[in-house]
Write a protein of this length. Structure first.
Length: 217
């Protein structure tokens, strides 16, 4: 997702209370950011943040951090949070970071993250761009640096080639596929408690099956 450049987006984000800055200072100090010891779950490539807003409201005992690389996209999430704040419904357990996920180990210390969500990640179909895919072995190496030993990566997509690449790449990276499905919405076990993302709603309403895998070490 890349929206048109929006004038003022960068400044709004820089000054917004829901966006965390100076990430290197927060590394190993996320408990202080949230003011509690609750587990931290992150979504990498969160887009406009709808999934995390719903998850945060449903699970107040978990802290959520959404990561998005584009100002114009993050701005939408920030605006939505401000709308919620005006109605006193903004979840207190959700923060955002604007950064490229290649820098994840600068923002989180060893074992500091308990779960990583990857939802409808960009497919980067050209082979020479494979390392940009969020399920590439290069990204699994980064996840390895921040994810607690029992932590998992949960990945959903409607893109079959990307899903097949991800199944293979998980194992090439030395991780295990703990569960997977080629039709999430018709898999009663894996679909239990599923919160749909913005892209998931869009693609499943077009009749596309949704694929999901859960990976651990
Ligand atoms: N997760 C949302 C959903 O399911 O509705 C949004 C999906 S959208 C297709 C993918 C998002 O990931 C885009 O907003 C894109 O900017 C972001 N993204 C892709 N690569 C990224 C990276 N390396 N670091 C941070 N964000 C990234």
């Amino acid at each position: 997702m890349r929206l048109r450049n929006i004038p003022g987006a960068k400044e709004t984000i820089e000054n917004n209370r829901f966006v965390v800055h100076q990430i290197q200072e927060k590394r190993n100090h996320w408990k202080d950011v949230f003011g509690n010891e609750n587990p931290v779950h992150i979504e990498v490539g969160m887009g406009k943040g709808r999934f995390l807003m719903e998850m945060a409201a449903l699970n107040p005992e978990i802290n959520y951090v959404g990561i998005e690389m584009y100002d114009s996209v993050l701005l939408r999430a920030v605006q939505k949070m401000e709308e919620k704040a005006a109605q006193e419904t903004a979840p207190g357990n959700l923060r955002f970071i604007r950064m490229d996920a290649r820098e994840l180990p600068l923002a989180f210390g060893k074992n500091e993250v308990d779960r990583i969500y990857l939802n409808f990640s960009d497919p980067w179909p050209k082979e020479r761009h494979a390392k940009r895919r969020l399920t590439s072995r290069q990204f699994f190496e980064r996840y390895d640096q921040i994810l607690a030993p029992q932590g998992v990566v949960e990945f959903k997509t409607d893109n079959r080639p990307l899903f097949e690449f991800s199944l293979e790449e998980t194992e090439e990276a030395g991780w295990k596929i703990m569960a997977h499905t080629f039709d999430l919405h018709h898999d009663p076990t894996m679909n239990e408690g599923n919160v749909m993302t913005e892209y998931e709603e869009k693609f499943s309403s077009m009749g596309n099956p949704i694929y999901k895998l859960i990976a651990g070490r």
